[in-house]
Design a protein around this ligand. Structure first.
Ligand code: HEC
Length: 154
């Protein structure tokens, strides 16, 4: 009887572990024909993610324009906004669908913008800030090389 209980508990743990791996680590993904991992998202989540992305591109544009003018205050302000990783407004279904590594890369990018804002506020000059911005953009290019998003069939 005791042995049976242990076996049942182990089996349940295995199922929970597999579900955790499936939902948290892997997300809803498949292998794409172009070699990238395809994240399957419902259309509204895909729209949300792509809108966030366009916001990031606007931030990169704004920061580089400000740095070219040596307007450090403006650059810090835009970086501070892009660094604000407010997960409350992110749809839960989107968070469930994206793989763990993608989440980490995304949050890491927010953090990198926040670090840039802080460095500028603490006196980094335009050249140093530009170097940090180019480092942040390795996150953009790295993630784009590895992932794409397709709408999930209803
Ligand atoms: C965690 C992963 C990740 C990071 C980091 C990331 N992106 Fe993206 N981005 C994506 C994915 C996935 C797509 C969709 C690509 C596709 O389906 O081909 C995308 C799409 C885009 C698009 C197209 C938006 C549209 O409307 O089609 C832009 C612009 C963009 N990203 C800008 C950026 C910029 C700028 C950065 C860095 C500051 C960045 N992204 C960082 C994953 C990421």
């Amino acid at each position: 009887m005791k042995k049976l209980c242990v076996i049942i508990i182990l089996a349940l743990l295995l199922v929970i572990g597999a579900m955790g791996w499936f939902f948290v680590v892997r997300g809803t993904t498949e292998q794409g024909a172009d070699g990238r991992t395809v994240i399957l998202l419902k259309p509204s989540d895909r729209d949300f993610l792509l809108a966030e992305m366009r916001g990031w591109l606007e931030s990169v544009q704004g920061i580089s324009a400000a740095l070219a003018e040596n307007d450090m205050k403006e650059a810090a302000q835009i970086a501070r906004k892009a660094g604000n990783a407010d997960l409350d407004h992110v749809p839960a279904s989107l968070l469930r669908s994206i793989p763990l590594e993608f989440k980490q890369l995304g949050l890491g990018t927010h953090e990198a913008f926040a670090t840039l804002a802080k460095s500028i506020e603490e006196g980094a000059d335009a050249k140093q800030a530009l170097k940090m911005l180019s480092g942040i953009m390795l996150n953009c290019t790295g993630c784009h090389a590895g992932y794409r998003v397709d709408p999930k069939a209803p």
